[in-house]
Design a protein around this ligand. Structure first.
Ligand code: URA
Length: 424
């Protein structure tokens, strides 16, 4: 049995850890046999020195082995999932899972909650009355087998080492490390049992990865980890400088996702969703046209079936906020920039997100973007609508939007949202 201090000293001094040392460390930490202060020091050493590909493979495998790995072999369709590294207004999963299922692949999506300025898929879906995020594995498999898609919370048995490590990283300044992010995300996706996975790695001011080079390295690292663990994995790097679509929050994003499933989605959201759907179907080996399934209502039908199977009422009215404020254009021209991070922080301050894991969210809170980059504006035209059930939150939200919009005298150049594909 190694001494933890020796592992800390080795990493601190830039040496690699042996496979059996890593396996022991992760298993012992998951069992509560390594003190948080020692693990914190080791994580900080990893933050500065990284892990090489072999160390990372063993580290990730040890995180998977700390819990159960779901068996999806009885699902009657090829399985494929998507993971987004987190963006503002990113309600893609709500549309994509039923869309891909309606094309003949099964989507077993274990999702998370929002923390900080990016929202969480589960918080969004929970604004639908009755909808349940917590499903035991047997129920998750039943919904998947019956509908073809499921979006639910990862149970406590899935990569429990990551649960502890992520909470520790969150309070020790060690979240923004490519090997730690890659092993955290991939251990959960590998344990979920999917055969294929498409990563939506967001790049830009509203994303974890602000620079293309970092996003590319994260994507390559995760794609390699997936392949090494028998999960066909590819990644799309997508732009996250402005919010995706117009709605940022919970209920407001569900509304926009349903409108998109009804064929009335904003162009940018449809572009990213269809690109990911094409990539997922390609990895799953399914020959189908997702644009047709979105247009003819098949995807909407799957969404309604998935919501119903998880206890939700797809026809129930969604919560509405008691208070709203409007932000107006200070001058005429074309909207050049709508800062995704600032809008995300505003939505969070309005109550759509949480400061601590245990905090409740306000399902009706959020920001609606009445104007998007590229649109013409007149002086005094409403640009953003802020919504909350707590009027006291408006001032802080408005403050976070100072400098968030930029208006120019000419139309900005149109930019594709899909920057790069990284294949297995
Ligand atoms: N999401 C995760 O699941 N883990 C990370 O480390 C970062 C984002």
């Amino acid at each position: 049995m190694p001494e933890v201090i020796d592992l800390i000293l080795a990493k601190r001094d830039g040496r690699r850890l042996a496979d059996d040392e890593i396996r022991w460390l992760i298993a012992a930490y998951a069992r509560g046999q390594v003190a948080d202060e020692q693990m914190s020091a080791l994580l900080m050493a990893v933050y500065f020195h990284g892990l090489d590909q072999a160390e990372l493979r063993t580290w990730t495998a040890a995180m998977v082995a700390s819990g159960d790995r779901l068996d999806l072999s009885q699902v009657p369709w090829p399985t494929v999932d998507k993971h987004s590294t987190g963006g503002v207004g990113d309600k893609v999963s709500l549309i994509l899972a039923p869309l891909v299922a309606s094309c003949g692949a099964a989507v077993p999506q274990l999702s998370g909650r929002g923390l900080g300025h990016t929202g969480g898929t589960l918080d969004k879906l929970e604004s639908i009355p009755g909808w349940r995020a917590a499903l035991p594995p047997s129920d998750m498999l039943a919904v998947l087998g019956q509908v073809g898609c499921v979006i639910c919370a990862a149970g406590p048995g899935l990569a429990p080492a990551d649960r502890r490590l992520y909470a520790l990283r969150d309070v020790t300044g060690t979240v923004e490390s490519i090997p730690l992010i890659a092993s955290s995300i991939m251990s959960k996706k590998i344990a979920e049992g999917t055969s294929a996975l498409v990563l939506d790695v967001k790049v830009g001011g509203g994303a974890f990865m602000r620079r293309l080079v970092d996003a590319r390295e994260l994507a390559r690292t995760m794609v390699a980890l997936g392949s090494e663990h028998g999960v066909r994995t590819s990644a799309l790097l997508t732009r996250m400088d402005a919010p995706l679509g117009r709605a940022v929050g919970n209920a407001v994003e569900v509304e926009e996702a349903i409108a998109t499933l009804q064929g009335e989605g904003p162009e940018d959201l449809v572009e990213v969703t269809l690109a990911l759907a094409v990539e997922m179907l390609r990895l799953a080996g399914v020959d189908a046209d997702p644009a047709a399934a979105l247009a003819d209502g098949r995807a909407l039908g799957k969404f309604r079936a998935m919501v119903t199977a998880q206890g939700g009422d797809p026809d129930a009215p969604l919560p509405r906020a008691a208070h709203s404020e409007t932000m107006f254009a200070p001058e005429a021209g074309w909207l050049h920039r709508l800062d995704a991070r600032a809008v995300g922080v505003a939505a969070w301050r309005l109550g759509a997100g949480r400061a601590r894991k245990e905090d409740p969210v306000d399902p009706a809170a959020g920001v609606f973007c009445l104007v998007k980059p590229g649109d013409p504006v007149t002086r005094g035209q409403p640009v953003l609508e802020l919504r909350s059930n707590d009027d006291d939150r408006m001032t802080g939200a408005l403050q976070s939007l100072e400098g968030a919009i930029e208006i120019g005298p000419h139309p900005p150049e149109a930019q594709s949202l899909i920057l790069e594909r990284i294949g297995p």
